[in-house]
Write a protein that binds this ligand. Structure first.
Ligand SMILES: Nc1nc2c(ncn2[C@@H]2O[C@H](COP(=O)(O)OP(=O)(O)OP(=O)(O)O)[C@@H](O)[C@H]2O)c(=O)[nH]1
Ligand SMILES: *[C@@H]1O[C@H](CO)[C@@H](O)[C@H](O)[C@H]1NC(C)=O
Ligand SMILES: *[C@@H]1O[C@H](CO)[C@@H](O)[C@H](O)[C@H]1NC(C)=O
Length: 480
């Protein structure tokens, strides 16, 4: 946080920031402190030399030799003892006697923080289509609920991002997890490993341990998936294919916890009942708004939203989505299916182009009713991004959208600064991300989707699918 301006100093500004008028954004506070210490020591040294020169009488003046000056301030430092204050920050406070005050560190940092004045010209953080070259800062936002089992997957994807990690701040929001779920604790431990640069090692050891326990048994449903897809997944997670910044820590990670009272279960069938969709989506909207409001900093140019449960996603997705220079843009989201169900399926039906039929339908509904896609109750006849997909289509093709899904959204930060959000109430008969798309359109922002650029959601077998698989297994056993 103290470094908020470090990487953006080279940006142009409209205001006359120059050495001449002395108006300069402040730098990191600890740096400043060390600088002052340096100045104090050099001043003492110069004064001592001056006094010696003026009086030419060394005996009456107390002074330090050059060697003492360069040595004595570090003599009393107990590095072992100081280590515990070093979780991510260097917190050595040294006074001009060379003494280290440990117990005051917290309050002094607070004082230093309150003594700084930061300046941001918000025109500098508009977001550019070649954001990597202009060193645009990204805020990566991930909401989580009962997500413990998918944390390793999600974090591997995070590390797989080739956008410079030093330009990415990550913020997680953990809400309403059940008693037996340890999302928060696990996320905390993994995040520390991630920032230490050894998360891939930690995950690898965990996997080896699990494989030893389960003796290499795989999930039954994998036998029924398309072998090509399974092979692609295996290749994608092969450590040999990691890019060179894979283990590089991120600029920062923040974890927030807040419960909103989600009463609906996080099981697949619970989540997909039409009656609960409206309530569920509004609660998700609240969660997303809390997350943006707490984590968006003035130096962010882009915000990238990700759900936890993605299985395959190109490492350069941020750069790819950026280059269209849309205010809001989403990829296509599909999921694999067992071969007996047709191999694959459009997953995210929340990204769509509005239709006359749906506008007519909305007129017949109550003001507070929420239309949800993919349910017989609401025949909308909209064009879904999911169904426009051609596997061999041009991944650079973009179409305008009205509603969008939340699995993977890249938006310019200014969209949120201007007040767009994820409605936790019914807005134009929609809620959450679909309402966000509609709201952005109404506010004059460009909203688009890439029909032929696809990321893959994990496949979680439904109760029906599991029963079908069990039936097939029994049949196989009978035939043996
Ligand atoms: N903070 C928070 N996160 C949630 C909540 N419900 C779901 N999530 C997370 O939000 C993301 C989307 O949740 P899903 O349940 O997958 O929502 P969905 O995408 O509409 O449903 P599926 O597409 O079926 O997965 C995931 O990363 C979840 O872990 C919630 O109540 N609070
Ligand atoms: C990861 O790094 C931390 C801090 O350096 C260390 O405590 C931990 O043992 C390391 N874990 C592994 C598996 O290397
Ligand atoms: C990681 O990124 C690479 C390069 O874009 C991609 O081929 C691979 O599929 C990604 N990994 C996963 C697990 O999606």
């Amino acid at each position: 946080m103290f470094r908020s301006l470090q990487d953006t100093n080279n940006k142009k500004s409209d205001l006359p920031i120059s050495k001449r008028n002395g108006f300069k954004p402040s730098k990191q506070s600890q740096e400043k402190l060390l600088k002052y210490i340096g100045i104090i020591f050099s001043s003492i040294f110069i004064i001592v030399i001056l006094i010696r020169w003026v009086f030419n009488d060394t005996a009456s003046v107390e002074y330090y030799t050059e060697e003492e000056l360069t040595n004595f301030d570090f003599k009393e430092i107990n590095h072992e003892e100081l280590k515990k204050y070093d979780e991510g920050v260097e917190a050595y406070l040294i006074d001009n006697e060379g003494k280290v005050t440990i117990k005051d560190i917290k309050s002094e940092i607070d004082q230093l923080y309150h003594s700084t004045v930061d300046y941001y010209d918000l025109n500098d953080y508009e977001g550019a289509p070649n954001g990597q070259e202009s060193a645009d800062h990204i805020l990566l936002l991930i909401p989580l609920r009962n997500a413990e089992p998918v944390l390793p997957l999600m974090l591997k994807h995070t590390m797989n991002l080739t956008y410079p990690h030093s330009l990415i701040d990550i913020a997680f929001l953990v809400s309403d997890c059940s008693k037996d779920d340890h999302t928060l604790e696990a996320l905390f431990d993994y995040s520390i490993a991630l920032q230490h640069g050894n998360l891939s090692k930690v995950l690898q050891l965990e996997e080896e341990e699990r494989n030893r326990k389960l003796k290499g048994t795989k999930d039954l449903h994998l036998k029924y998936m398309n072998p090509d897809y399974i092979e692609t997944v295996e290749k994608s997670f092969d450590p040999k294919s990691h890019h060179k910044e894979y283990d590089t820590p991120f600029r920062s990670i923040q974890i927030f916890k807040k419960d909103f009272g989600q009463v609906i279960g996080q099981g697949f069938s619970d989540r997909h009942d039409v009656k609960v969709q409206g309530i569920r989506r509004k609660l998700m909207g609240r969660a997303r708004n809390w997350l943006t409001a707490n984590s968006l900093k003035p130096y962010h140019s882009w915000v990238y939203w990700r759900d936890v449960d993605i299985e395959l996603m190109p490492g350069d997705i941020i750069q790819h989505l950026m280059k269209f220079n849309f205010d809001v843009v989403v990829p296509n989201v599909w999921r694999p299916l067992p071969e007996f169900l047709g191999n694959e399926q459009a997953y995210d039906l929340n990204s769509w182009i509005e239709s006359d039929q749906a506008l007519e339908l909305a007129k017949t509904l109550d003001e507070d009713d929420v239309i949800v896609e993919g349910y017989a109750e609401y025949p909308t006849w909209r064009a879904h991004l999911g169904y426009v997909r051609d596997p061999n289509g041009n991944p650079d093709e973009i179409v305008g959208l009205d509603g969008i899904g939340g699995v993977s959204i890249l938006a310019k930060a200014k969209v949120f600064r201007r007040g767009a959000h994820f409605p936790a109430f019914t807005f134009l008969n929609h809620a959450e991300t679909e309402a966000f798309g509609k709201m952005c359109k109404k506010m004059g922002f460009s909203v688009g989707g890439l029909p032929h650029y696809t990321i893959w959601h994990i496949y979680e077998p439904s109760e029906d699918d599991l029963q079908e698989i069990a039936r097939k297994e029994r049949k196989k056993r009978r035939q043996q």
